[in-house]
Design a protein around this ligand. Structure first.
Ligand code: SF4
Length: 510
């Protein structure tokens, strides 16, 4: 914890309660302080009467409470590779990694997008998981753990709660979807945060666009918006503490009042208030002169537009209906209204991709560059990873060699036309795909990877040692009647809907 923290809520002062929680973030302090979900969860538990709570990060040196006094130890699990840091944090406090080997230790749980999508590769390490939006169910979980000091009794009671998955007792679990009846915001500001002193607020959850690969959309359906009044109230509240705000959401520009919010902020700047604002990537139809002017006035230099694929054909296949004309128009507006650059975000290896689609991405870059001399154009590219609960969950990745050739081609060709690109590691993306569609047989695998040091080579060596066919998880196409490891999670809309979507998107191309 840093002395430079400002709490935006009133904390309980009594720290001598008889129930103690550690809320852990599998990363360093500065990142934890820019993680909205983690901080909000901490705040809701911190407000509880009769509970001590402490934040723990991977670089925490001293703790206020001893592990002996901790009753509940929760982890935020947002990225596939977080398991490596989680294991090292458990070991740091001498906690056996597998739950069957723990007796006197606290109950250990995890929540977050990775385990909501598919907890199976990690089920032997956690006593329970929060599946879905955990803001409210966390409180129920704490109540139950306080009521039943006996671990088994607590776990049995937890397994009866909607949104809680107890591997030992649950056969199925329903994913929780919360109404966004309040605006979630950074409850603690810190100078040492990765986004220093930035007040982040969530405008929407989910995305109505439903690109076939996108877990942020499908796992968070239906798309929900925070009300305009709530947003304005929250923005004013944040601005009374700091001049840095960030608007968060997978598709914030789809908010029915996105333009009004920008106008509200723009007017404040015009009347002399200093505000630095940042936004996550925008939809093309949000790139209007007014919005861009607001962004430029708040100090934003460039904007990211996720085009995903280079050709209109492939964009249609993945449900990203974005025409070339719209893209050119967006760049023009950005340039004419004060931004300095534009970043395109794309993906390699999307289902049905051919060389023509890659060529189209280069051509697009070339044309944009030619028409916008002096404007900074760059590309960020990752490779397709099939994700649970999306229409493309049945589609395997291409093999690593093919994808690496494609990545090299793209990098070289973009470089030739003076466009910088940042392409994710194809090998890491492969292991991400293995974990993403993994089943319970991967529990020993992830443990072995950790023991072998967690680097790229460790994944390969662990798979070899345990004789695991990792291509089965990453590369193989699955059939609709195949049982999937995450089928036991009840989620709306269900599998039938995903099959319909798969057929609608891919029927003309496979
Ligand atoms: S527009 Fe972006 S957030 Fe929305 S579904 Fe597509 S990739 Fe996901």
């Amino acid at each position: 914890m840093s002395s430079k923290e400002i709490f935006l809520y009133e904390r309980k002062q009594n720290k001598n309660d008889d129930f103690t929680i550690w809320m852990a973030f599998p990363g360093v302090y500065s990142f934890s302080m820019s993680s909205l979900g983690y901080l909000w969860m901490f705040k809701t538990l911190d407000m509880l009467e009769g509970v001590n709570i402490e934040r723990i990060c991977s670089d925490t040196e001293k703790t206020a409470f001893s592990i002996k006094d901790v009753n509940l130890f929760g982890f935020s699990f947002s990225f596939d590779m977080d398991f490596l840091t989680i294991f090292s944090m458990l070991e740091k406090y001498n906690i056996p990694l597998k739950s069957k080997d723990r007796t006197k230790e606290p109950l250990i749980f995890a929540g977050g997008p990775v385990v909501t999508a598919n907890p199976e590769p990690y089920k032997e390490f956690f006593d329970f998981f929060i599946i879905g939006d955990g803001e409210d169910v966390n409180l129920t979980a704490v109540d139950i753990c306080r009521k039943y000091p006996d671990k088994e009794e607590a776990l049995q009671a937890l397994s009866e709660v909607e949104g809680i998955y107890v591997p030992k007792y649950s056969n199925k679990v329903k994913k929780l979807t919360k109404k966004l009846s309040e605006c979630i915001y950074t409850p603690i500001l810190s100078e040492d945060a990765f986004f220093k002193n930035t007040f982040i607020l969530e405008m929407s959850r989910g995305c109505a666009n439903r690109c076939g690969f996108c877990i942020a959309s499908y796992l968070n359906l239906p798309l929900r918006f925070v009300s305009y009044d709530d947003l304005i109230k929250t923005i004013d509240f944040g601005l009374s503490y700091t001049d840095k705000i960030a608007l968060l959401g997978a598709q914030i520009s789809a908010h029915p009042h996105f333009h009004d919010i920008c106008a509200y902020i723009y007017n404040k700047i015009k009347s002399g208030q200093k505000i630095e604002m940042s936004v996550s990537s925008l939809r093309v139809d949000a790139i209007t002169p007014d919005v861009v002017k607001t962004l430029a006035a708040t100090g934003q230099k460039n904007v990211t537009l996720a085009i995903e694929a280079g050709s209109e054909r492939l964009r249609k296949v993945i449900n990203k209906n974005l025409s070339e004309e719209q893209i050119f128009n967006a760049v023009k507006i950005a340039k004419e209204n004060g931004l300095k650059g534009f970043k395109f975000y794309g993906m390699l290896g999307l289902p049905t991709e051919t060389q023509e689609d890659l060529n189209a991405m280069i051509e697009l870059g070339k044309k944009v560059k030619k028409e916008n001399k002096g404007f900074d154009i760059s590309f960020g590219v990752s490779s397709f990873v099939p994700k649970p609960n999306t229409p493309f969950q049945w589609v395997g990745r291409e093999n690593t060699k093919i994808l690496e050739d494609k990545a090299n081609f793209l990098k070289k060709e973009l470089h030739k036309i003076g466009i910088s690109s940042n392409i994710s590691s194809i090998k890491w993306d492969y292991w991400q795909a293995v974990l993403s569609r993994g089943d319970e047989t991967l529990n020993d695998f992830v443990l072995e990877v950790y023991k072998m040091g967690g680097k790229l080579g460790a994944f390969k060596s662990a798979a070899k040692k345990l004789n695991i066919d990792t291509d089965f998880f990453a590369i193989k196409n699955y059939s609709f009647d195949q049982k999937l490891p995450w089928d036991f999670i009840e989620i709306t809309p269900g599998k039938d809907f995903l099959i319909k979507e798969y057929n609608r998107l891919l029927e003309n191309f496979t």
